[in-house]
Design a protein around this ligand. Structure first.
Ligand code: GTP
Ligand code: MG
Length: 294
């Protein structure tokens, strides 16, 4: 922000020196920029609140978190609506009311929270993209990122935007899969699509062409999403009926879906969770304490 201010005041100085009559223009430019900054600050504030609720809610009841990321105008919000329209909304209104830009969806039996995000601003240098790092926090919490690009732009532009996006995300997402959604395919013909892929292929993991506006390519996108959600497994487990067993049980309630519990000398349960959680539950038990069958 201070750097943006500095740029504006430099612009002002230059304009004063060179073009005496342009004061009105520069003021309205500055005002536009101020309005934009205020809007973004508001969006960032609400994103921070959302972030907190997502942090506590994610994975509870078995939801995976999917974020839409990408430059402004790529079509993220249009795609968000298209995916929501194509999917069954999970009957958990809690999320819908808590987090306005998030919807709870049922994707082929897997439950997911899909979140729209504030776009990276077009044509800004990388140091200013850095200023948006806090809005990216919700993206960093994700299990899967849909990186949306406007396929109707020049291949060099798409490549440049993908490259900046990957730079911005790379350090923090640590192995979170990315699906490259090449949106606005309705504006591009077959041979142009091929030319785009030739140009950007190496920078575009798991590419899918869609038109969010027309609703084409949505089935392929959904398949790709389901394919890349973190794996969940059903598992049966017996825990010692002790303080330690109870604390593991309550942790599993937090992290997965417990279908069935029987308390006796041991605690027997059937549950569903990410494979990573299942391994951690077993690691917490002594080998003779855990009996596992999947
Ligand atoms: N032709 C075409 N236009 C699209 C498509 N998807 C989105 N658009 C248009 O692209 C413009 C931007 O769409 P948005 O969904 O608002 O883009 P966004 O990525 O959410 O933008 P920010 O919220 O600013 O980050 C709108 O005018 C949309 O109607 C598409 O598949 N085809
Ligand atoms: Mg949007």
């Amino acid at each position: 922000m201070p750097r943006a201010r500095a740029v504006v005041s430099l612009l002002k100085k230059e304009e004063r020196a060179g073009f005496m009559g342009l004061g009105d223009y520069e003021d309205s430019y500055e005002q536009d920029l101020k309005k934009r900054i205020t809007r973004i600050q508001n969006e960032l504030e609400s994103a921070e609140k959302d972030d907190e609720s997502l942090r506590t809610l994610r994975h509870r009841k078995g939801f995976s978190l999917i974020s839409l990321a990408g430059y402004t105008n790529a079509g993220k919000s249009t795609l968000f609506n298209a995916i929501v329209n194509e999917s069954v909304e999970a009957k958990n209104m809690l999320f819908t009311t808590l987090v306005p830009m998030t919807r709870a969806l049922d994707l082929g039996g897997r439950k997911a929270l899909l979140t729209d995000t504030v776009g990276f601003i077009e044509d800004l240098p990388h140091w200013l993209v850095d200023a948006f790092k806090s809005t990216l926090d919700e993206i960093f919490l994700s299990d899967l990122i849909l990186l949306v690009v406007d396929a109707s732009e020049k291949p060099e532009t798409i490549l440049q935007k993908l490259s900046t996006s990957h730079d911005t995300l790379w350090d923090r997402i640590r192995g979170v899969p990315i699906i490259t959604v090449l949106n606005k395919a309705d504006l591009v013909n077959e041979s142009e699509l091929e030319a785009i892929m030739d140009h950007i292929g190496y920078m575009a993991p798991n590419p899918v062409f869609v038109s969010a506006k027309k609703g084409t390519g949505m089935a392929a996108l959904k398949d790709e999403i389901i394919k890349h959600l973190p794996p969940w497994c059903f598992c049966s487990l017996s825990l010692p009926n002790s303080e330690k067993g109870m604390s593991i049980l309550s942790w599993l309630y937090e992290e997965g879906i417990v279908h069935n519990v029987e308390f006796g000398e041991q605690i027997f349960l059937d549950y569903e969770a990410r494979t990573e959680i299942i391994s951690r539950a077993h690691a917490l038990l002594e080998p003779q304490e855990a009996q596992r069958s999947e």
